[in-house]
Write a protein that binds this ligand. Structure first.
Ligand SMILES: [Zn+2]
Length: 188
């Protein structure tokens, strides 16, 4: 009887070992599958890193190119815009007889004087030793103007004369002291 019991115990033990082994093998397979997933994920990460590197190189190249283009353009144009502000005396003139004593007909730069509008900058008379032709000036109450003219009484950096189409507006403007923004082109 003891002998049978021993056999039985051995069989039960064998079955138990077999079952453990099967479970172990199953886990081995799962671990293998997880490893493969991990490898796959690692590969994807390295691919992404490569794409990011390529993207970075492209960005750097674009930045370098645009810097080069900007450099090239400023060399061709050979100018840069310098902004300054100044409180100046601003008088006004038009094409009438009363104002003609100042600057008749065409402007000193040869252009027809024009009043400021949405589409055009107004003509400004200035001392071109301080404000060369082409200097753009923003005058509060008037708007954008460009130096295109000179005037006998307009001497020094603190006097500007702005153009209006009619004498009523000239009278209305009178003489104003305003802080203007000066944008002049300077050689780079
Ligand atoms: Zn006038």
């Amino acid at each position: 009887m003891t002998k049978y019991l021993s056999y039985l115990m051995i069989i039960v033990a064998l079955i138990f070992i077999y079952d453990l082994r099967m479970k172990y093998q199953k886990q081995e397979i799962e671990i293998q599958a997880l490893r493969m997933d991990l490898d796959h994920a690692n590969k994807q990460i390295s691919d992404m890193k490569q794409s990011i590197d390529i993207g970075t190189i492209i960005c750097e190249t674009i930045t370098q190119s645009s810097n080069k283009i900007a450099c090239f353009l400023s060399k061709i144009l050979n100018v840069q815009i310098v902004k300054s502000t100044r409180k100046v005396e601003v008088t006004a003139y038009c094409d009438c007889k009363k104002c003609n004593g100042k600057h008749a007909g065409k402007t000193a730069s040869g252009k027809c004087p024009q009043e400021v509008s949405d589409r055009t900058k107004g003509s400004i008379a200035a001392d071109t030793r301080h404000y060369p032709f082409g200097t753009e000036i923003y005058i509060p109450g008037y708007g954008w103007g460009v130096v295109e003219d000179r005037g006998g009484a307009i001497k020094g950096p603190n006097k500007l004369d702005i153009f209006f189409d009619d004498h009523e507006t000239v009278k209305h403007w009178g003489r104003q002291y305003v802080e203007v923004e000066i944008y002049r082109k300077a050689s780079a």
